[in-house]
Design a protein around this ligand. Structure first.
Ligand SMILES: Nc1ncnc2c1ncn2[C@@H]1O[C@H](COP(=O)(O)OP(=O)(O)OP(=O)(O)O)[C@@H](O)[C@H]1O
Ligand SMILES: [Mg+2]
Ligand SMILES: [Zn+2]
Length: 541
């Protein structure tokens, strides 16, 4: 027997075999069972989901020699749900319709018979009663392709057809069918077929033909078919042809030039580890194998899309396309939702750009390099949040000393640290006030004091850091005047100690033990290499 492709060999013979269109199937079965046959039906929906098949089943059902509307109509009246009805498939009418040589079921391809003359022919023909059956059925596929005048001619025919005429129109583009036609038809919308339905149909045919098939492989085919059973069958045939009796996901990926999940897992784990060299090496290897850049980007995007789903608790295999356990646990642990979102948007951008790129490989390498720093990535929102956090924290932490560091450790100490911080903040403002006061009486002292950087109080002693020994000496000479002023302003009896900034020490000190520095380090996940203290009311440091 000649080889027949699966899609035509497996045309569903009856309503029960029509997969994934339960609503359509039961509605049609009910109306056939109760003998309520419309003059015109319009079947709309995506390609390869069973419209033509359903039209043929309906034609068989109403012309089946083993069908009689009358007793069924009584049953239907008696019960809410009439018994399901299917054509017998064995009578002469059923057989000739299945074979496509029935004189009373006429299939017309709307795409190649678009003119008004074609439709006029139909109009003349409908006047002749069916030869061997109850109904003369016209199945017009791709009806949206008809010209306007053809539609008008058709309209006249379907408005008042002889009682034995049934039109079944099928279309993938129902919006192109004029409303005047639509309103005269019983309309049925066919849906995309679910992944599980497609997979179980594939399982059926692989069992029938004694071909072993991995679950993951069938799921992959079903997913690729994006809801069309015909596409799934066609892809299955293609894969079965090179699979030597055993369909595996690895063989599919190898033969069809796809990246395997294991390889992507390895790549993404390297992203998570921040190792750009290794990531670039793996990506280079993938491209060298002849996998197209687009395909690579598509698969990598799908991978991150799936990580996002898993992170959000969605682990269904039919959504992910592979069992959730197949995705790297390490990547899932190390990457945050925000980072995964960033990776996905980067890859989607890449996909948009790659077609117009000067060099596709460079584009991919750039993206891989960026993705290798993914764990360092902070979204705009996170950066803003962190800046706000820093602002709030810095307000609470004293400039010097470790009160802030230990203060962060327990709430009571934190409160003390706060009080402390406020006192010290006051001392900075004393400096400015004192400078202002001396401006009139002792301009030299005022200018030396203005150049001091840090005023910190420890107990009763106030440390003032001078910028050089010259100003230190000058202030030392005037120390009693300064003390008088400070004691007065800060209401106390303070011992003033003048110090010089040591070249290395304070820097070391501030880098290792300052609470503000620590905070910035944790928030930005990095290191602080230098601290410069800005002079108040000036752009200098
Ligand atoms: N719902 C379905 N149940 C079972 N098989 C189906 C179904 N849909 C499609 N198929 C398979 O795909 C083949 C093509 O289906 P069919 O011609 O009915 O699709 P269609 O919706 O008319 O597509 P198109 O819009 O491209 O004409 C069938 O022979 C059958 O093998
Ligand atoms: Mg069709
Ligand atoms: Zn029959």
């Amino acid at each position: 027997m000649a080889y027949e492709v699966t899609a035509s060999r497996k045309r569903p013979p009856n309503f029960d075999q029509l997969a994934g269109q339960d609503f359509v199937a039961t509605s049609l079965q009910k109306s056939v069972a109760s003998g309520r046959i419309a003059h015109a039906y319009l079947f709309s929906g995506p390609r390869g989901v069973g419209k033509t098949s359903a039209a043929r089943i309906l034609a068989k059902a109403i012309n089946c020699e083993n069908w009689s509307a009358e007793p069924r109509a009584e049953q239907a009246l008696a019960s809410e749900s009439p018994p399901p009805y299917n054509p017998c498939g064995t009578c002469d009418n059923c057989l000739s319709i299945t074979r496509g040589n029935s004189l009373d079921v006429i299939e017309i391809d709307g795409a190649s018979n678009t003119s008004v003359n074609d439709v006029r022919e139909i109009r003349d023909e409908v006047l002749f009663a069916p030869t061997n059956s109850r109904y003369k059925v016209y199945i017009i596929d791709e009806v949206h392709m008809l010209s306007n005048s053809a539609f008008n001619a058709l309209l006249k025919t379907i408005e008042e057809p002889p009682p034995y005429i049934v039109f079944i129109f099928a279309t993938t583009e129902v919006h192109k069918v004029p409303a005047t036609i639509k309103s005269r038809c019983q309309q049925f919308n066919f849906r995309l077929i679910g992944l599980e339905d497609i997979k179980s149909k594939l399982r059926e045919i692989s069992a029938e033909s004694n071909i072993e098939a991995e679950d993951e492989a069938l799921l992959w085919i079903a997913k690729e078919a994006t809801g069309s059973l015909r596409d799934a069958y066609t892809l299955y045939d293609q894969i079965a042809a090179f699979s030597d009796g055993k369909i595996t996901i690895d063989k599919i990926k190898e033969k069809l030039g796809l990246v395997g999940l294991d390889e992507i897992n390895e790549l993404v784990e390297n992203f998570a580890d921040g190792s750009s060299v290794e990531s670039l090496r793996i990506a280079g290897g993938i491209i060298k194998k002849g996998i197209s850049p687009e395909q690579f980007v598509i698969e990598l995007s799908e991978y991150f899309r799936n990580l996002l789903f898993i992170k959000n608790g969605i682990r269904k295999e039919e959504i992910l396309g592979s069992p959730a356990e197949r995705f790297s646990a390490k990547a899932l642990e190390k990457l945050s939702v925000k980072q995964i979102e960033y990776a996905l948007s980067l890859l989607l951008d890449l996909f948009r750009n790659i077609r117009y790129s000067l060099n596709q490989q460079f584009e991919i390498e750039l993206a891989i390099s960026r993705l290798s720093f993914i764990t360092k990535h902070l979204s705009d929102v996170e950066i803003l949040e962190n800046i706000k956090k820093i602002k709030d924290e810095i307000k609470r932490i004293p400039v010097h000393g470790d009160a802030g560091v230990s203060g962060a450790k327990d709430a009571g100490a934190a409160a003390d640290a706060n009080a402390e911080a406020e006192k010290q903040a006051d001392f900075t403002s004393y400096r400015d006030e004192i400078v202002a006061n001396f401006k009139k009486s002792n301009i030299m002292l005022a200018s030396s004091l203005a150049k001091t950087t840090l005023w910190t109080r420890e107990g009763n002693s106030v440390k003032i850091c001078c910028i050089d020994s010259f100003s230190l000496d000058f202030i030392k000479n005037e120390i009693s005047a300064l003390k008088k002023e400070l004691d007065l302003l800060a209401a106390g009896n303070y011992k003033i100690e003048l110090i010089l900034p040591s070249k290395e020490e304070p820097k070391e000190d501030i880098l290792s033990s300052n609470a503000q520095v620590d905070l910035i380090k944790t928030i930005f996940k990095g290191d602080v290499s230098e601290v410069r203290i800005k002079k108040e009311n000036s752009d200098e440091y």
